[in-house]
Design a protein around this ligand. Structure first.
Ligand SMILES: [Zn+2]
Length: 96
């Protein structure tokens, strides 16, 4: 009896981290690494960095305007590519 608890020999504790989207993450650390707990933790749900201060979570990753524009361009290009591919496929179908 009592043998089942032997696996929990290393004391562990949990820290709460909050990301900018309000997700709470509670990674657990062993007490041995307490001094090395990271200031931020990547939110497993949205990938944003999460911090230990709930009221003041770290800023989301840089959202540079050009990125949005690039995404927009990519979207358009994909659309254009898709149209070209479709057209090519259609012309092949018509040709054969
Ligand atoms: Zn999150």
């Amino acid at each position: 009896m009592g043998e089942a608890e032997r696996g929990e020999a290393a004391p562990r504790f949990r820290l709460s981290y909050w990301c900018a989207n309000g997700h709470e993450t509670k990674p657990s650390f062993s007490e041995e690494t307490e001094a090395q707990t990271p200031e931020t933790w990547d939110c497993p749900r949205c990938g944003f960095p999460a911090g230990q201060d709930r009221e003041n979570p770290p800023s989301p990753p840089r959202t540079e305007p050009y990125k949005t524009h690039l995404a927009y361009v990519k979207e358009r290009r994909t659309e254009a590519d898709g149209a070209a591919i479709l057209e090519e496929a259609l012309s092949k179908l018509r040709g054969r």
